[in-house]
Design a protein around this ligand. Structure first.
Ligand code: NAD
Length: 288
């Protein structure tokens, strides 16, 4: 069987090109460009790279962006005061607090302070709840949202399919399962306490691996012709790999996302898409 690679880089480019067009239209109709504000507390080197990438990506689609860099010793009160200022600022459409936060800052409390209408990461319980009841105004976690986009744009049907999600984190596994279910998939979630995972994997038409363990899954464990979505990213001495051993899947599965170049590029594209969605809702703007 020929295994097709799902080109996340290209699909992310397509998403960005469409967004750029929409922003251009809104601006030429006299509206302001959407604006994303990222709060970065502390000096975590990986976070600095992620934040720079987010700023760059906003530029690609002609959105405004601002990064508020706060020192590691910033108090919780100061971060909360800044969020409340941004919540009230009509110029700001999306707010994102880059995680992880330095020790001493209560992540949950800080994320809860973000106005759900501006919560472009989709982590606020209000958005999680809205998404769970199928409210289309929900802002949904970017990585699983990007995976749905990869499936749809690759012509892969979810409805009626057996979908297996390995991992139950709040940012990937759980929202992934909700989105697949909303698209009429028959969904099973596996996690660290799951028994007989091999038996469950064998049934998967669509398999999403999000466990954070390098090359944990192999082609032999999967059904012939399965669609494999590899969310893992691991920087090893001999290069970057995912949670799936890609090589062992070639010739066995129908589609697979490469690492890098599969799921990764979609995450930032969907952050832009969420910022656009937040902007449209806040301005009661309907793009055609
Ligand atoms: P996490 O550590 O929060 O969650 C891992 C999940 O895997 C847990 O729910 C756990 O129950 C499950 N798990 C652990 N060991 C298992 C096992 N042996 N069998 C079955 N399930 C097991 O991780 P996360 O934040 O969900 O991220 C998962 C992976 O995805 C990581 O490699 C992360 O780097 C990557 N990631 C990539 C992107 C992207 O944009 N591509 C975004 C987010 C996360």
């Amino acid at each position: 069987m020929e295994t097709k690679l799902i080109d996340g880089k290209q699909i992310a480019r397509d998403v960005r090109a469409e967004l750029k067009e929409k922003v251009k239209k809104a601006v030429s109709a006299g509206m302001k460009a959407p604006k994303l504000v990222v709060i970065l507390v502390g000096e975590d080197p990986a976070s600095k790279i992620y934040v720079n990438n987010k700023e760059k990506a906003c530029g690609w689609v002609s959105m405004k962006s601002e990064t508020l860099r706060m020192p590691a010793e910033t108090s919780e009160e100061e971060v909360l005061a800044k969020i409340s200022e941004l919540n009230a600022d009509p110029e700001v459409n999306g707010i994102l607090v880059q995680l992880p936060l330095p020790k001493g800052l209560d992540e949950q409390k800080i994320l809860l302070a973000i106005d759900p209408a501006k919560d472009v990461d989709g982590f606020h319980p209000m958005n999680v709840g809205k998404s769970a009841v199928g409210d289309a105004s929900a802002l949904v976690s970017c990585t699983p949202l990007g995976i749905m986009e990869l499936l749809h744009r690759s012509g892969i049907q979810v409805s009626g399919k057996r979908c297996v999600v390995a991992g139950r984190s709040n940012i990937v596994g759980k929202p992934m399962a909700r989105l697949l279910l909303a698209d009429n998939g028959t969904v099973t979630v596996c996690h660290s306490r799951t028994q007989d995972m091999d038996q469950i994997l064998k049934e998967a038409d669509i398999f999403v691996a999000a466990v954070g363990k390098p090359k944990m899954f192999r082609g032999e464990q999967l059904k012939d012709g399965a669609v494999v979505i590899d969310v893992g990213i691991h920087h090893l001495d001999d290069g970057i790999c995912g949670d799936v051993d890609t090589e062992s899947c070639m010739g066995k599965v129908s589609y697979i996302t490469p690492v890098p170049g599969g799921v990764g590029p979609m995450t930032i594209a969907m952050l832009l898409s969420n910022t656009w969605q937040a902007y449209c809702t806040q301005n009661n703007y309907k793009a055609d």
